[in-house]
Design a binder for this molecule. Structure first.
Ligand code: CA
Ligand code: CA
Ligand code: CA
Ligand code: CA
Length: 244
């Protein structure tokens, strides 16, 4: 009888092994290896921050498993390096180490400057712009991670060319043959068309402030005030622009 009880208890020890062979000691649905290396949660406690919600539940609904308050991963910065927990997970940097590659620059500083936070050497991450004509949206990516999305106005009557381009020239204020100034100009396809801020007439009036989100231009991609300057300053010449 004693023997039987011992065997029963042995089989009741809370530990599960996923089909792929990964161990989940606390049965919260997250393998020990991910808790240790990615989320830095307690492998032996399904609710690391003790707020009544399991680590799995919090992560799947976008909440921090390290904050007993209902704080989203986007708004939590566990290691205080200026980069949110969400962005750390997207860039595969450490949630608990401000300087993952230990090169003296924090993860936040490296990503702000466009450098690889996982490489001790001075390596720039790839920058890319994507423009979705159907959605009238421009997204910008660093190292494959989408950094943001802005509303645009592309060309009326399908006049914006689809395809893969590179930024070929930049000008803080370019002149359009249509008699308009185009602030924060990023020329594509040798300047045949480009990305720029909502244009300004010579009399100072700004064109199309209420057009963002729908086609309005002669083929260029217009961005609003703020986003245009940000993108202009962020992209170097040679940046890939994919329009689809
Ligand atoms: Ca677990
Ligand atoms: Ca919790
Ligand atoms: Ca952080
Ligand atoms: Ca670093």
């Amino acid at each position: 009888m004693k023997y039987f009880i011992v065997i029963t208890i042995f089989f009741m020890i809370p530990s599960i092994i996923f089909a792929n062979g990964l161990v989940d000691s606390d049965l919260d649905g997250i393998p020990d290896s991910d808790e240790k290396n990615i989320y830095f949660t307690d492998v032996n406690n399904p609710d690391t921050d003790g707020d009544g919600y399991s680590d799995w539940l919090e992560l799947n609904f976008g909440y921090s498993p390290h904050n007993p308050k209902p704080v989203k991963l986007d708004d939590n910065d566990y290691d205080g390096d200026g980069l949110s927990d969400r962005d750390e997970l997207r860039f595969h940097t450490s949630l608990i180490n401000k300087d993952t590659d230990e090169d003296g620059f924090s993860d936040y500083e490296e990503i702000e400057a466009g450098y690889d936070p996982l490489n001790k050497d001075t390596v720039l991450l790839d920058k890319r712009i994507e423009i979705n004509i159907g959605k009238q949206e421009l997204s910008y990516f660093l190292g494959g991670v989408r950094m943001g999305v802005f509303s645009v106005s592309s060309g009326i009557n399908n006049s914006t060319s689809y395809g893969h381009y590179k930024v070929t020239n930049k000008s803080p204020k370019a002149w359009s043959p249509y008699g308009l100034w185009m602030p924060y100009w990023l020329g594509l396809d040798s300047g045949r068309f480009g990305i720029h801020e909502l244009p300004i007439w010579p009399n100072g009036c700004r064109e199309g402030e209420d057009h963002l989100g729908k086609p309005a231009s002669h083929g260029c991609i217009r961005l609003g005030e703020g986003p245009a300057e940000l993108i202009y300053n962020w992209v170097p010449i040679g940046t890939g622009v994919f329009i689809y």
